[in-house]
Design a protein around this ligand. Structure first.
Ligand code: SF4
Ligand SMILES: [Zn+2]
Length: 127
């Protein structure tokens, strides 16, 4: 897959962009059978509300990247998925959202500190 470099005005940096083959999303709404632009540099340095590459909220690029399987390493944590019922390693998209790798549902997650112990929890907010 060819990687192109492009300037991201939201983050004021050069970013790596790929166009995924249509088959990568086969059967998965809402991008079924469509090639997609995916930014490989979505992450900590990506702080703008809107992504200029897709003209949509940056979160959607994070979801595209997670679904594409193009990022090797995700910060993960284990929890039961309220959508598919499996115990999975959620992939952290950003400080608010994580995605189930099994059913690709996005969930809001929380970092809780209780009695000096830290917990990661999924809250019931799916999309
Ligand atoms: S995801 Fe969009 S806003 Fe974030 S770095 Fe990539 S191009 Fe820029
Ligand atoms: Zn799931």
């Amino acid at each position: 897959m060819e990687i192109q470099h492009s300037y991201c005005s939201a983050c004021d940096q050069q970013v790596r962009i790929v166009v995924t083959p249509a088959s990568a999303y086969s059967g998965q709404a809402p991008v079924a059978d469509q090639p997609d632009v995916v930014c490989l540099d979505f992450g900590e340095r990506c702080t703008g509300a809107m992504c200029p590459m897709i003209g949509l909220p940056r979160m959607l690029m994070g979801i595209r990247l997670a679904r594409s399987g193009l990022r090797d390493e995700w910060q993960t944590f284990q929890a039961p998925c309220q959508s598919c019922g499996r115990n999975v390693d959620f992939e952290v998209i950003d400080a608010n959202y994580a995605m189930c790798p099994s059913c690709h549902t996005r969930h809001r997650w929380l970092h809780l500190n209780v009695d000096e112990h830290a917990y990661l929890a999924i809250v019931d907010d799916t999309e």
